[in-house]
Design a protein around this ligand. Structure first.
Ligand code: NAP
Ligand code: ZN
Length: 350
């Protein structure tokens, strides 16, 4: 059984320390790959800090994995040793319920449901452990191919941040002639600006302050708005066809809904700790839609990777070591990261 180095935390204080975990030998249809880089998603932080409920400690988070295949099972057809691959938020599902058949394995309604990459129990009865580790064994159907044009360190964040923005932008028709606003330009948001712009939409960023304006325009935004400037959302009344909010803290949904044109759509992908409310009148009076969106399935994740390769879309990353993870969490929460921390697992030492 492969033993790998990892970083774990033991309680809600989310203090990370080196550890060793055991991965299973790949079965006939499984691949084992060396994780080279793992992104830090804000969801890792919500989970590790207990903001979303119960946690299986010790916790090895990480659902933005990119690496190189080291071993394949005897019946693996889709991958070979040396291939560049990625894994996102889930590592297994039933494979034959209506949702899995549709390629939306994140909504698996079959026995056992979706098996999340960490903070879950796998079909082998062992708690899952995520990407803050040097290797993982996964069923080949839950692994994506990373195109040669995408460097592994920028591929990692695409496995969650990329698909989480690509999916609603596609579903709700971001494209030529559409005015699209991305609220919160963090890990998810900065990839969303690039994807929406590549899809041909006219993109605006709505951020706390103007500190990220130059970057936002470099990522493809043609407008940049700061919530810190009084009256910003009032000025933007009835401006957008589509708004995607990635804000990780409480936000004023009524004010954001007011920025939609008649019949416009606000998709919220952020999951703050506390419940957020809104007035039904903000929807009913103008046929507006408030929607959620949860990552994306494997076929669409592969489509997103190929789209990013074709359009030169690349998350902007800061590479850190295992010992930096604890401090990195605070910097993410304070919006100081530009724009995704990616852990280099070669820095892990016994
Ligand atoms: P992140 O890098 O921390 O970015 C969140 C951004 O939200 C920040 O950069 C900031 O943008 C804005 N923000 C943060 N606190 C704010 C506040 N108090 N008021 C206004 N704006 C604030 O986080 P992320 O990794 O992109 O994740 C964002 C959220 O999406 C998290 O809640 C995460 O759990 C969730 N998520 C959901 C899915 C899904 O499938 N639905 C997938 C992944 C993550 P500015 O600096 O531009 O203001
Ligand atoms: Zn994530």
């Amino acid at each position: 059984m492969p033993e790998v180095l990892a970083y774990a935390c033991d309680d809600k204080t989310a203090q990370f320390h080196p550890t060793t975990i055991t991965r299973r030998e790949p079965g006939p249809t499984e691949v084992y790959f060396d994780i080279v880089y793992a992104g830090i998603c804000h969801s890792d932080i919500h989970t590790a800090r207990g903001e979303w409920g119960s946690v299986l400690y010790p916790l090895v988070p990480g659902h933005e994995l990119a690496g190189v295949v080291r071993q394949v099972g005897s019946e693996v057809t889709r991958f070979a040793v040396g291939d560049h691959v990625g894994v996102g938020c889930f590592v297994d599902s039933c494979g034959h319920c209506p949702e899995c058949e549709r390629g939306e394995e994140q909504f698996c309604s079959g026995e056992g449901g979706t098996i999340w990459t960490y903070n879950c129990v796998g079909r082998d009865g062992v708690p899952t452990a995520g990407g803050y580790s040097q290797g993982i064994t996964v069923e080949q159907d839950y692994v994506c191919r990373i195109p040669d044009a995408i460097d592994l360190k920028v591929a990692a964040p695409l496995m969650c941040a990329g698909i989480t923005l690509y999916s609603p932008l596609k579903r709700w028709g971001a494209g030529p002639g559409k005015r699209v606003a991305i609220v919160g330009m963090g890990g998810l948001g900065h990839v969303g600006v690039q994807i929406a712009s590549a899809l041909g939409a006219e993109v605006a960023v709505i951020s706390h302050t103007r500190s990220k304006e130059a970057d936002g325009r470099r990522f493809g935004a043609v407008e940049f708005h700061a919530l810190s400037e009084p009256g910003t959302l009032k000025r933007l009344a009835k401006s957008f066809d589509l708004i995607v909010s990635t804000v990780s803290a409480d936000s004023d949904l009524d004010a954001l809904l007011g920025c939609l044109k008649v019949g416009g759509v606000l998709v919220d992908v952020g999951l703050p700790e506390h419940p957020t409310t809104f007035r039904l009148g903000s929807l009913v009076g103008t046929n507006r839609v408030l929607a959620g969106s949860n990552i994306g399935g494997i076929p669409q994740t592969q489509e997103m990777l190929d789209f990013c390769a074709e359009h030169g879309i690349a998350p902007q990353v800061e590479v850190i070591s295992g010992d930096d993870i604890t401090a990195a969490y605070d910097r993410v929460v304070n919006s100081q990261v530009r724009y995704r921390y990616v852990i280099d697992t070669a820095t892990f030492a016994r």
